[in-house]
Ligand binder design. Structure first.
Ligand code: NAP
Length: 300
């Protein structure tokens, strides 16, 4: 397989260069996101804010790539020496077969959301799982059990993997029960249930965490919320919603009104992005700058 030229990290300071050579210039390093569609992505705002803050001569762009063009896009990445990429819907699973090596997380989850170079090899990683854990931990959550995961799609796979990795017992509830059972088997989760209030109620008093990994509550259906009897949860329980459009979903509003602790979907978005940033640049990500850029962005 082809491999990218071995490049040293570009740390050209922005301020010093601007007077002699406007940016972007011939030393600018390129990273970005491939998706279809991708125009809604908040990642360019978050990463470019981080590059500006650290004075790195890097730029992050969004590329709309239809599914059939992913192999060509990754060949282009190799030929052009693009320093790293994020992948979003619908490319995360297809990329597994197009990289030189997978990290253990990407291998176990079966999906790649971050590409980076190591010793000339294109590595496929999944920072969603670790990003999810870091967002919860940054809010003060500590692994406890059991946890209830709502949904059995791509994000639920990353969340169940992450929770099992830190030793939680996990129950999965999904509209299509067979998909929940499949996920339960894949990661050794404890139980699968239909996503129905009546079926979930007996479980509620013992739960420490609920994570919504369904798209229920996402715009334009922002009045929707998953059918979970939040009133039966212990008051010290946590409710996390991966949906971030809107940021304060109906589920989070209802949890907040009951005095439960909540974590919104922007936390995971920022932390998975910060982990990708660190893989690419080798520098600690400026988390607060990235978080602020996203929260103040007019497009979410
Ligand atoms: P996905 O793979 O398409 O899975 C969608 C899940 O939602 C499935 O479990 C599906 O159930 C369920 N669902 C959809 N419509 C439903 C309905 N009307 N009633 C009940 N269940 C329904 O999607 P995904 O990639 O996991 O993403 C899920 C959500 O997480 C999206 O809103 C996405 O934006 C968000 N997300 C956020 C982050 C972040 O960084 N914060 C990261 C990834 C994803 P069935 O199996 O029955 O179809």
């Amino acid at each position: 397989m082809d491999s990218a030229p071995d490049r040293t990290l570009s740390t050209t300071p922005v301020g010093a260069d601007l007077r002699v050579c406007p940016l972007p210039n011939a030393e600018t390093q390129l990273v970005g996101v491939l998706g279809y569609p991708v125009r809604h992505s908040l990642s360019p705002i978050m990463h470019n804010a981080a590059f500006r803050h650290l004075g790195l001569n890097w730029v992050y762009l969004a590329f709309e790539v239809p599914p059939e063009s992913l192999p060509d896009a990754l060949r282009g990445m190799r030929a052009l020496g693009i320093r790293g990429l994020n992948l979003t819907i619908p490319h995360k699973e297809a990329a597994v077969a197009l990289v030189d090596a997978l990290t253990p997380a990407a291998q176990a989850i079966g999906a790649v959301n971050t590409l980076y170079w190591r010793e000339g090899q294109l590595i496929g990683d999944n920072t969603d799982a670790e990003g999810f854990l870091r967002a919860l931990q940054a809010a003060g959550w500590q692994p406890g059990e059991p946890a209830l995961v709502l949904g059995a799609g791509g994000s639920a796979r990353a969340v169940v993997y992450a929770l099992k990795k830190v030793g939680c017992r996990v129950v999965i509830a999904n509209r299509t029960l067979a998909r929940a059972q499949q996920l339960q088997r894949a990661f050794g989760a404890e139980q699968s249930l239909p996503l129905e209030s009546q079926a979930l109620r007996p479980l509620m008093p013992a739960l420490q965490l609920i994570v919504n990994c369904t798209s229920l509550g996402m715009e334009p259906d922002s009045e929707a919320m998953p059918p979970v009897p939040l009133d039966a949860l212990p008051t010290e329980a946590w409710v996390c919603d991966l949906v971030y459009r809107p940021v304060q979903t109906r589920l989070l509003q209802a949890a907040h009104q009951l005095g439960l602790r909540t974590v919104d979907g922007l936390g995971m978005l920022v932390h998975q992005g910060a982990l990708a940033f660190e893989r690419w640049t080798g520098q600690p990500a400026p988390l607060e700058v990235m978080d602020k850029a996203i929260r103040e962005s007019p497009i979410h």
